[in-house]
Design a protein around this ligand. Sequence first.
Ligand code: SF4
Length: 231
Amino acid sequence: MKTKQDTLAQQIIACQRCPRLLTHCEKVAREKRRMFQDEEYWGRPVPNFGDINAQLLIVGLAPAAHGANRTGRMFTGDQSGLWLYRALYRAGFSNQAMSENRTDGLVLKNAMITAVVHCAPPDNKPSTEEIHNCRDFLKATLAQARAARVMLALGNIAWEALWRELEAEGEVARPRAKFAHGVQVQLKSGRWLVGSYHPSQQNTFTGRLSEGAFDRVFAACRELLKSLAPG
Ligand code: SF4
């Protein structure tokens, strides 16, 4: 039987709202990177990954051109994903550290991953209009992910997008809290919004984000979940 999550995934995959992004995804999929010449790229919008009943909801920016746009799974097939999935594994939110493709056996535990935009943008920079276009999917994801007690924003754009939705829900009020690595904001419902630097190469190669600092964010998420557990 088709679930609401399946329906949302199908809607995301079939979405045609951003011509610039769709053209880019298809072009990248056609031209390919030399090392992936033998692979068939996904080349379309990428759906959410993980359990809709999870208590940890992670919000990234967008699929990477040769990462999720190639493999069809969020954060899979690029350096950012290697960082993220290693950290999730160390924190007990997945069954394995390795992430390669959609059939690698990776299962998230009590975690789900979504993104501000579901199509790979040129230079990893979606326009304001494209972020706006994809807002309905973030809204729908938040509406479905009712068990999410901690929402983790990877980077400032995800922070702003989540804040916008939570403000619309009456969960937070203005002024918007400033994004920072490790920042935590408790929502009116008692749930938590947490910020982390995005594990992009821009941050990991420059040392702005270390594995230790990334691990501490997931350890904090786990502690917050524990503190919210009944009894
Ligand atoms: S970014 Fe979002 S709104 Fe735009 S085409 Fe992709 S899925 Fe649709």
